[in-house]
Design a protein around this ligand. Structure first.
Ligand code: 4AD
Ligand code: MG
Length: 429
């Protein structure tokens, strides 16, 4: 019977067939070891001369890294073996050869590895990161689905900007101009009025002409939006959400985080509530260590690191100056010039993972803001309707999935947190 390595525990003492790829192999006299990788795990297969098929013992010499093989043998519990089980192997069949596999255990440069991303993903650490990502994605859906949110995914082709016009990807929509979505938020504001608590979860696009550790051109964002919530309700939802996804990953991805050599002590402290700082307090903190910072500006990555280094949990910064935030942010009626916005900065210097806030709900103010931002009113008619027909207080946020995965995995560069990264200057493979 053919089984997966992850299911070996159910077959102890039985003869099974495993299919997989050669991860490693070595011989010493009368005994040969094959480390087999099948995507669900890695298993050691042991061939003893005299106990196994003689052809298998001889065939071993033809093995090469990443050849596709079938192993037949008896499952044994073996605590010292990776995964806890071992195969006392009898037969070996080569099903797909692999000649000169380009990725060897030696160090390769990032460009080489990215060019070979389709193969690189087979290696232990990359495999672990993508598994953590998959678990976090499930946790994201479980969190919102379990709290009465309705999934209302936003379109990817859009007629208008959401997050400023400088990072828009332009494309054609038949004879019209269109843009790839930078954020589903505006659409979530519409569905929030139809369903109350909503979220969308999909790819978003930013034409950022810069190479940083934290920016992708195409990234996944989950964006909840809640009718009647204000800025403070929004931060409460965000902190419960982040606690949930981080603790789920720590609990259920222990194996993967070990492969990544992630010390999880800092992650276990990610329990709500999180500290909250007014922009002015954060700016003061930054100025002490970075005198070049200009009060009123948005934060750069080093500024965020200064703020987050003061806390052992993620920290909210709220009330950014309206001037550095998008047109839809509500200005605080009690604090002219400051918006009811909030960013969440991850701990350990990982920086912003969430951006959001309370939305402008006055028709007149929104029209003025759209004009001030030099956006085309016509494209926003539908959005303005939401303020014409039963305008309502509402708030929401967006979490960048890859930023969250980088942080949880303790990875320095965001490019490893998505199966096929799109970076400035890279659209391959
Ligand atoms: O702060 P941002 O731009 O906020 C929005 O797009 C809002 N419309 C979301 C909302 O309120 N519904 O982006 C939100 C998050 C950031 O905090 C970051 O985690 C991630 O999206 N992000 C990126 N991740 C990777 N690469 C990029 N280029 C990113 N830009 C933003
Ligand atoms: Mg932001």
């Amino acid at each position: 019977m053919r089984v997966y390595i992850s299911d070996l525990k159910d077959h102890v003492g039985k003869t099974v067939a495993l299919k997989g790829w050669v991860y490693n192999h070595r011989s010493s006299g009368k005994i040969k070891f094959l480390l087999l990788r099948d995507g669900t795990g890695i298993c050691q297969c042991v061939y003893f001369r005299g106990e196994c098929d003689e052809a298998a013992f001889e065939g071993f010499e033809k093995l090469s890294q990443e050849a596709h093989v079938q192993v037949t043998g008896v499952v044994k519990a073996e605590p010292r073996s990776p995964g806890g089980y071992e195969i006392s192997a009898q037969q070996l069949e080569i099903l797909g050869t692999s000649v000169d596999y380009p990725i060897s255990p030696k160090e390769h440069g990032p460009d080489f590895l990215l060019n070979n991303r389709h193969l690189w993903m087979r290696s232990k650490k990359q495999h672990a990161v993508i598994r953590v990502r998959a678990r976090i994605v499930k946790a994201i859906r479980d969190f919102f689905d379990g709290r009465g949110f309705t999934l209302t995914d936003a379109p990817i082709f859009t007629p208008n900007a959401c997050e400023g016009t400088s990072t828009l990807f332009q494309t054609k929509y038949f004879d019209e101009q269109a843009f790839l979505s930078q954020s589903g938020q505006l659409y979530m504001e519409a569905t929030a009025a139809a369903f109350g608590k909503v979220y969308c979860f999909g790819p978003t696009f930013r034409a950022e002409k810069s190479k940083t550790r934290r920016h992708l051109i195409e990234f996944w964002m989950v964006e909840p939006e809640v009718a009647f919530n204000d800025l403070y309700d929004n931060m409460e939802l965000a902190e419960q959400f982040v606690e949930y996804i981080v603790q789920t990953a720590v609990r259920e991805c222990a194996e993967e985080l070990k492969v990544l050599e992630r010390n999880t002590d800092a992650l276990t402290k990610v329990i709500a509530p999180f500290p909250r700082l007014h922009y002015k307090e954060a700016a003061e903190m930054i100025l002490k260590e970075n005198p070049a910072f200009i009060n009123g500006d948005d934060f750069g990555a080093p500024d965020e690191a200064i703020v987050s280094s003061k806390f052992d949990k993620p920290v909210f910064v709220h009330h950014f100056p309206s001037a550095v935030k998008a047109f839809y942010m509500k200005e605080d009626p009690n604090e002219a010039g400051y918006s009811m916005s909030c960013d969440l900065l991850a701990s350990e210097g990982y920086g912003e993972i969430i951006g959001g806030g309370q939305r402008e709900d006055s028709y007149e103010t929104l029209v003025r803001k759209i004009e001030e931002h030099k956006l085309n009113l016509k494209d926003f008619e539908w959005y303005l309707d939401l303020r014409k027909y039963g305008t309502f207080q509402h708030a929401g946020f967006g979490l960048g999935v890859e930023r969250a995965v980088s942080w949880v995995c303790g990875i320095q560069h965001i490019r490893e947190t998505i199966p096929f990264p799109r970076l400035y200057g890279r659209n391959y493979p």
